[in-house]
Design a protein around this ligand. Sequence first.
Ligand SMILES: [Zn+2]
Length: 315
Amino acid sequence: MAKYCYYMDMSKINTIVVSGGTHGNELTGVRLVSKWQNNPECYNNLCPSAKVDLVLANPEAVRLNRRYVDHDLNRAFSKVCLETSEDSKLYEFRRAKELNALYGSFCGKKNVDPKVDLLLDIHNTGSNMGMCLILSDRDPFAMRASATLAQEFNNVRIYLQPEERSQSPYFGTIARADICIEIGPQHHGTLNALIFEDSEKLVKRCLELVEEWNRGELQKRSPIKVDVYTQYQDIGYPKPQGFFGTTAISAMIHPDLYGMDFCRLEDGDNLFRTFDGKDIQYHGKSPVYPIFISEPAYYEKDIAMSLTTKTEELW
Ligand SMILES: [Zn+2]
């Protein structure tokens, strides 16, 4: 059932940050930001009404070609992490405070009069996610832009992960609005030319859409029907009772499900297969649409996949 939404928010987007390397081994964003830093003509005419900044968010991890040095940077931006007065020994907690001072709030608090209106954070995933736009809330620009991108590009999907902005640990949430762009499948620490080129086109188009928004045009276009995948629940790997950590995993993603991100999963469908060949079925809310299936970086977080629900909406 379609949901209608009307919005009159005309507030202009004056400052944009395009970031890569929040995870140091997700190389599409790393190389896109580096390319644009060396060739400003790639982006600086796309949105003349706003100031566009580029940043490599975790330069130490980029140097090491690792996800992070001491702690996942994209889990270090909650209010609690940013507002603690203690100086952490861990690099990413210090870096998160630096980034908040640059692009978030002058006072070091979270979300108090943010300096940046829109943050586009470019990530890769090993999962078969296509070009996935992650929205942290129902920001009017982010919704309109995502719907337009979903209409214009093959393989764009919208994943809504609503969270109270101050509690959210994600980099994008220090800005007034954000879109996290997750592109895959791509092995971490590697590049794929087609993924790079598609990602560059997508980010460029996003900057043009800001320009259309600032001219008041994007707000006027007819709503677009989109599938919205909303976070429902993360699922961990099966483990013997009382055991923790990646080495304790007792089953793998089932072959029926592997690579099937955004496909329908119903109660009773195969979910995992044990190392001695036994199938484990899914039992729960149905239908759901699993994403981030077997994402390599989530083994340490004990996430085998995230389940979403799907709705059709007019954005
Ligand atoms: Zn990432």
